[in-house]
Design a protein around this ligand. Structure first.
Ligand code: SAM
Length: 222
């Protein structure tokens, strides 16, 4: 389903995110302008597609707020051709934005624990004409060894600690963005691995994400 005046509404939202400093680079601006967010939202919430807020997508899960997608995408400093691992496919919207930036020479592997959401995301990406995203139904706290190492890792659910497999699967010179903390409140960390494999972590401030449920995440819940 599409909404009336979608392009104008999207432009207004992107201008607001630029004015507030969430969108800094041309490439994030262009990516967010080119992907209709309404294609990633259940029909009964579609009127809120261009509000800067997270929205329910079923199974107790959410599509992140546009400012959060912008922030995480800016932090990742994506380059054309990057291979990216996303944990928490949800609606597929964040993967679509990443895909626009890494281009046809890039690749995204996105892991989702719920088969129904993986299906929802696949349909949404198809509607948006996005190819180059491989969706895997699995526990993302284990990463995805088959395609490792990754230039960038984007974790869109909250973990109590950084899962060790994700650190292992990050390339030297690579970067991960990940919310770390309790079930209800986290800090968004930028994790860099240098050419020698040394890790540095930087806290960029408080955020709220749904929990990562898995071996290196929280142990129960939705
Ligand atoms: N990136 C998504 C988007 O653009 O719509 C939003 C992600 S939503 C905030 C978090 C997602 O992480 C949910 O879909 C949830 O099911 C998923 N999730 C939670 N634990 C997971 C795990 N261990 N492995 C993979 N996905 C997980």
């Amino acid at each position: 389903m599409r909404i009336l005046g979608s392009e104008e509404k999207r432009k207004e939202l992107i201008d607001e995110l630029k004015a507030k400093g969430y969108i800094i680079s041309k490439k994030v601006e262009e990516a967010m302008l080119s992907v209709p967010r309404e294609l990633f939202i259940p029909d009964n919430k579609i009127m809120y597609a261009y509000e800067d807020q997270p929205l329910e997508i079923g199974l107790g899960q959410t599509i992140s707020a546009p400012h959060m997608v912008a922030m995480m995408t800016e932090i990742l400093n994506l380059q054309e051709g990057n291979k990216v691992l996303e944990i928490g496919t949800g609606s597929g919207y964040q993967a679509a934005i990443i895909s626009k930036i890494v281009g046809k020479d890039g690749k995204i592997v996105s892991i989702e624990r719920f088969a129904d959401l993986a299906r929802f995301a696949k349909e949404n990406l198809k509607k948006a004409g996005i190819t180059g995203v491989k969706i895997v139904i699995s526990d993302g706290s284990l990463g995805y060894k088959d395609e490792a190492p990754y230039d960038k890792i984007c974790v869109t659910c909250a973990t109590p600690d950084i899962p060790p497999p994700l650190i292992e699967q990050l390339k030297p010179g690579g970067r991960m963005v990940i919310p770390v903390g309790s079930r209800y409140f986290q800090e968004l960390f930028v994790v860099d691995k240098d050419e020698y494999g040394h890790i540095t972590k930087k806290n960029t401030g408080g955020v709220v994400f749904v929990p990562l449920i898995g071996k290196y995440g929280f142990k129960y819940g939705i």
